[in-house]
Design a protein around this ligand. Structure first.
Ligand code: GDP
Length: 298
């Protein structure tokens, strides 16, 4: 995760070691090098610009400190700014006052929504919740079966339309799942919705219809981190088309650069809530900006 960016920044900082005091030129050179590192990591330009401006301003204003040498001081500033750009605080699920808490997943096909639904269900069940997985992705032929398999592995119940029963309306499936959850005491409902390979009116409309039918407590936008800055374009389209409360980043295990993680919060105003880091059910956790920043600077 983030190896390329991490290596680049290490090189940048190593050239500062041994310096007694940072001149304006040192600050400018370092800022330029960090800029290149971030651009190579596929971080969106407006995010890079603001990041660099803040680092420069703070580096110039940094007090001469006995505890930290100039290199350490710059690392500290970059560390804090990375935490900030990654969202600052860790955000978790807001549970509804009256159960069930309804969580809806939205995103493109292949983003990792269905996998994430299973992971989230297990994560919630491990915390003594009784989640219900709802198969409202009736677009992709295998999505319902995939969710059922995941549910079995996670030991979580799955609500799905009966095959061949003529139940082909995802909005109706989502709506009726809430009643089902209420009657059977499931305290969280996780609704997997259909995606397409690209931004598509019909897909957005369907997601918006499901949203209107179930009034989710949390809508999570699920996006593949490996697509880098393209994640931001998709994120903005979903923000307009459906709206969401937070982002779940998937496939971080294959993301050496970090462009999506570092851009998405700043450009959508929505926090990253979850990180998916592999194909196994356990490869999943809350997204911790501070830990991610430390990892980048490790
Ligand atoms: P959906 O179309 O959005 O429901 O996407 P899927 O959940 O079917 O995931 C698409 C592919 O990505 C599958 O092969 C998953 O195993 C894989 N996948 C999902 N999440 C991750 C992840 O965090 N890391 C890796 N390496 N693969 C993932």
């Amino acid at each position: 995760m983030f190896e390329t960016l991490s290596d680049r920044l290490t090189t940048v900082f190593s050239s500062l070691r041994g310096k007694g005091r940072l001149s304006e030129e040192d600050i400018n050179t370092t800022a330029r090098e960090i800029r290149v590192a971030l651009l190579e990591a596929d971080v969106a330009l407006p995010v890079v610009r603001e990041f660099i401006a803040r680092v420069k301003e703070r580096a110039r204003g940094a007090e001469v400190s006995k505890a930290l040498n100039p290199a350490q001081q710059v690392i500290k500033i970059v560390h804090e700014e990375l935490i900030e750009v990654l969202g600052g605080e860790t955000r978790t699920i807001r549970f509804a006052k009256t159960p069930p808490t309804v969580i809806m997943l939205a995103g493109l096909q292949g983003a990792g929504k269905t996998t994430l639904a299973g992971k989230l269900a297990k994560w919630l069940a491990d915390q003594r919740n009784t989640p219900l997985l709802v198969a409202a992705d009736l677009q992709r032929p295998n999505a319902v079966t995939q969710l059922q398999v995941l549910g079995e592995r996670a030991n979580v119940a799955v609500y799905a339309p009966e095959p061949g029963n003529g139940v082909g309306d995802p909005v109706e499936v989502a709506r009726s799942s809430i009643d089902y959850a209420r009657r059977n005491n499931y305290n969280v409902v996780i609704i997997d919705t259909a995606g397409r390979l690209g931004i598509d009116e019909e897909m957005m409309q369907q997601a918006a219809d499901i949203r209107d039918a179930v009034s989710p407590d949390e809508i999570l936008f699920v996006v593949d981190a490996m697509i880098g800055q393209d994640a931001v374009t998709t994120a903005q389209a979903f923000l307009e088309g459906v709206g969401y409360d937070a982002v779940a980043l998937t496939k971080l295990d294959g993301d050496a650069r970090g462009g999506a993680a570092l851009s998405i919060r700043h450009l959508t105003g929505r926090p990253i809530m979850f990180a998916s880091t592999g194909e196994k059910l356990e490869d999943f956790d809350l997204f911790h900006p501070d830990r991610m920043a430390s990892r980048i600077l490790d």
